[in-house]
Ligand binder design. Sequence first.
Ligand code: DGJ
Length: 729
Amino acid sequence: MPILYDSEACIFRLDAGKFSYAFCVDEHGALIHLYCGAHISDTALSYLKFPLWLSSFSPNPPGGETQPFTLDSALQEYPQNGTGDYRLAAIAIRGENGSTATSLRYRSHTIRKGKYTLPGMPAVYAADNEAETLDILMEDPLTGAEVHLLYGILEEYSAITRAAVIRNAGSAPFWIEKAASACVDFNRMDFDLVHLYGQWAQERQICRTPLSHEIRSIASKRGSSSHNHNPFAALAGKYTDETHGEAYGFSLIYSGNFAIETECDAYNSTRLVMGINPIDFEWKLAPGESFATPEAVMAFSDEGLGGMSRTFHHLYRRHLCRGEWKEKIRPILVNNWEATYFDFDEEKLCAIARDAADLGIEMLVMDDGWFGKRNDDRCSLGDWVVNEQKLKGGLASLVERINQMGLKFGIWFEPEMISPDSDLFRSHPDWVLCAPGREPSIARTQYVLDMTRSEVRDYLFDAISAILSSANIAYVKWDFNRNLTEAASAALPPERRKETFHRYVLGLYSLLERLTSAYPHILFEGCSGGGGRFDPAMLYYSPQIWTSDDTDAIERCRIQYGTSMVYPPSSISAHVSASPNHQTGRDTSFETRGNVAMAGAFGYELDLTKLTSEEKALVRKQVAQYHAYAPLVQDGDFYRLLSPFENENGCAWMSVSADQNEALVTFIVPRTRVNFTSYLRLAGLDPVKKYRVGENGPVLSGDTLMNAGLNLSQKWKDGDSLLLHLVAE
Ligand code: DGJ
């Protein structure tokens, strides 16, 4: 049983794979956290209660004078604001009396088969026989707030999902100022904080620093999860590396403003709170109404950060991604963006498609610029009508021609945006997201549509459906190229305007749900100026996401390495682009560009008609390699071997099949050195199996390859790389 309740000691113990988690209800009805970490066997864990250091500066709850107890130092499951715990709160509710003091007490709980769902929001899902749910009901008698703390366990995975659902069971409205998805307290602070920061074209760079006595925040206020911070953090033991040591991963299934905050207090305990960013957030809950937080996923590994990543990869690939494509090998596509930018017509696209078909590429994606009168980025967003001056004969005829060449056809949209120079804006200027009385800020000559409004979503559903139904479309790239400003919907009453950011995200999810259900055969790819919304929630709607607008293979090493911290290779969209690269101007060999892109959902992003015959031969080779290796890459176990964040001269990763009979090793030399020495120790192999290394290479046992490694000491040039296929004999 993954969820145990010891009714005498009032202790809950949750066991998920190698992960145990425990808390109890104390005599005051508070939920006191006891344990989070590697699997343990006992349930009598009350002895783990954190010592209660008392002074007059640590208040006792009302009626607690006789029994020394303070929330100020207690480890808690879901700490509340303003009632004696001065650390970061998980929840703050403002009642009608204007006070934000919140006090929740345990009332009851249920343990049931199956995994809870969060209506209208993405969440991990499972069949009833694969999962269990613990639902703890807490209540605040003054405001009438009932808070359901939900815990989901899929026994096979060392991960626990969490969310909170708040219901107003009282007779007056109240306002939620903060409602975290999860909080975890540790009775120690000897951790490093690992997170992913970045910017446009440089997403998900790994940062690792020790925690200290302070509050840290990884957050977004941009209305999307953002290029700048990813909704992920890990706490790693001091000696934890990729393969050894404890790692606690925290990932939020949310695409909007989020915050993952850590606080180490004077007693050397650590609190991590994650959820919707409380800044610019408030939610009015009328009597009878409910509010659900997004879902948080906590993963534990005693096999280092690599083990944590593999848990996220498999969980998200199998239990978060949905639809026909989630476990299918993704088609090799060619996208015309970097090939033509806005300068294309049907003949140019057909010329690229002809070469693509000849080379074995499977799909042509027509990017930005096919609609309205859009020939640059200054107009027409919102006018989702084919520009027949550009695509003479219209979309259906173009798609037919492409299909006749044996290629599938994909198309680009940026649904959430509106250009001031668009018919949509001229007829609905009020659909722009903007605070009443203010002028909207502009970015890339575009405004954001108010996705909180159902009429906006209905318009988008109809306009997009009209295109998707008009031709044989197999793929949609869903772009989002700016962040939100003046986010206070005019459609909401003033006292609800701080709900706008979250309502925007809910509106987006509802539109995505409608479209992905209406077009189940279409493969959706998420995108936001590259990887500005690369988060687990988007994976629920689109099993792959454009990773970055930086397509330089050497830059991509870091970006993809960082992205792999949480996201499965099958979700990491990666293309071979032109050299010199358009973003960095760097020259990189065709082989290396292919080897780096081979680690994800593979494709091309260049003008195939301009390739030399040698390059075309290399495309054919890469296409064949992709067909041979994609099952291994997309469904295998992923191991990071050599970090480009720690080494200038080498970067390596590998994929291993579930039966450990096959592996694919990628090694890249971003910058070479004189007398280059490298012994690359592999991982994840069966120590006793013998593997042939490369087609004509030596046969070595798994333990040799993992402990002694491969000798890669040779003369390498900047940007060289190696792709090695290992097969057990
Ligand atoms: C940003 C995307 O990341 C690019 O791939 C491309 O689709 C452009 N937008 C088009 O405007």
